[in-house]
Ligand binder design. Structure first.
Ligand code: PRP
Ligand code: ADE
Length: 173
């Protein structure tokens, strides 16, 4: 089975002109979900990752499974107002809006080997904000990983300089 067939396209969601790539069918299919996590884990098993940083919300789903597979810890990069302890924050724009991301100030230690993960990269606004938060704590991500990359929106290019590697399991043009 081609894992791309488990991604559903929803035209004009959440705004006219956006083709929303819905990953929930892939997550609901046990074999597709397992193969996705295994694909990510095999790409990073030699990277000696200390912590996986997952971006709310769908990055939590893949990030937690990946952290377990890699024997790494998991830290959440959350939307504004959700984290209870001392935080740092960044505002950002994404393909269809804008928001604020936050990270606990003690989530990572300087020099830790962090893998940043989200389900999807489009413009890269979200991932850049998350990578900048990690860098502010002295933990530049060694790699940024995505299940889906929407090509042609500049996301990969936006991350250049903030990480050594940008990885995606599947691409849509
Ligand atoms: C989606 C996706 C990424 C982001 C990518 O999240 O999960 O986090 O958009 O877009 P960008 O590359 O243009 O920044 P969304 O903000 O819809 O939040 P959700 O995961 O809570 O649904
Ligand atoms: N996040 C940003 N753009 C998206 C899209 N086209 N589909 C799903 N999530 C997204």
């Amino acid at each position: 089975m081609d894992l791309k067939t488990a991604i559903r396209a929803i035209p004009d969601h959440p705004k006219p002109g956006i083709v929303y790539r819905d990953i929930t069918p892939l997550m609901a299919d046990g074999e597709a979900f397992r193969r996705t996590v295994e694909g990510l884990a095999s790409a990073f098993k030699a990277h000696r990752i200390d912590k996986v940083a997952g971006i709310e919300a769908r990055g939590f789903v893949f990030g937690a499974a990946l952290a377990t597979a890699l024997g790494a810890g998991f830290v959440p990069v959350r939307k504004r107002g959700k984290l209870p302890h001392d935080t740092i924050s960044r505002s950002y724009s994404l393909e269809y809006g804008e928001d604020v991301l936050e990270l606990h100030r003690d989530a990572v230690a300087p020099g830790e080997r962090v893998l940043l993960i989200d389900d999807l990269i489009a413009t890269g606004g979200t991932a850049v904000a998350a990578a900048e938060l990690l860098a502010e704590l002295g933990a530049r991500p060694v790699a940024c990983a995505f299940v889906i990359e929407l090509e042609g929106l500049g996301g990969r290019e936006a991350l250049a300089g903030l990480t050594d590697e940008v990885f995606s399991l599947m691409q849509f043009g």
